[in-house]
Design a protein. Structure first.
Length: 214
């Protein structure tokens, strides 16, 4: 029996960066007269910056040129990165780093699959990038979650069959993507949208390495 490969999302699973995304998106939206609510922001979890902006423009009935679209994406990312200046290892979500370290000691492969194009930057800031055998981020795929392209690539680079992968996700889009290719999914959080996962845990305090025998 081969050891499962563990694949982690970044935002909301490894680091509490969602608040920074929301703050940056809200400020960006206010620049064209739209007040992004926390409820609407929840639909942006797990999807790419481009896909997020397309949703926002639809919600706000706003039309902009292709040039302006790219400008808004750059502005949002700049705002977001400025909010991450003081990010450090203290911002790692409780328990996840211990789980990863223990899994590596037991020879499990560790992969990241994130829609963020800033994933490596964030992992460096958190000082945990060396824990990952494989990193797939928004720079590596054409289609973001809920398309399974990123997870398929993470499995391929890990030399692991998709059904022998365990995915930790906090978004409906991420869980849906992994489910499509028969990965075992663990939803992290309390959202009812995570009920499509094979298992839902509020946090890593509820998860033990021995739970996973594939």
């Amino acid at each position: 029996m081969s050891l499962p490969t563990f694949i982690f999302d970044l935002d909301g699973v490894i680091a509490s960066t969602e608040k920074f995304h929301y703050s940056a998106w809200r400020e960006t939206c206010l620049s064209f007269g739209y007040d992004l609510t926390a409820e609407k922001n929840d639909y942006l979890k797990g999807i790419s910056r481009t896909a997020s902006l397309k949703l926002i423009l639809g919600w706000s009935n706003t039309e902009i040129s292709n040039e302006k679209f790219e400008e808004v994406l750059r502005d949002k990312n700049e705002l977001y990165l400025n909010l991450l200046i003081n990010l450090n290892s203290d911002d790692i979500i409780l328990g996840v780093d211990t789980f990863i370290i223990t899994a590596k000691e037991k020879n499990h492969k560790i992969a990241l699959c994130s829609s963020s194009k800033n994933a490596k930057f964030i992992l460096e800031k958190l000082d945990i990038i060396k824990l990952f055998d494989v990193i797939v981020d928004g720079n590596d795929v054409e289609k973001s979650k809920p398309n399974p392209e990123g997870f398929s690539l993470a499995a391929k680079l890990s030399n692991t069959n998709s059904e022998n992968c365990v995915v930790f996700e906090d978004s409906e889009a991420g869980v849906s993507a992994a489910n499509q290719i028969d990965m075992y999914t663990v939803g992290i959080g309390t959202s009812e949208k995570l009920n499509i996962a094979n298992r839902v845990c509020e946090n890593f305090k509820e998860i033990r390495l021995k739970d996973f025998k594939i």
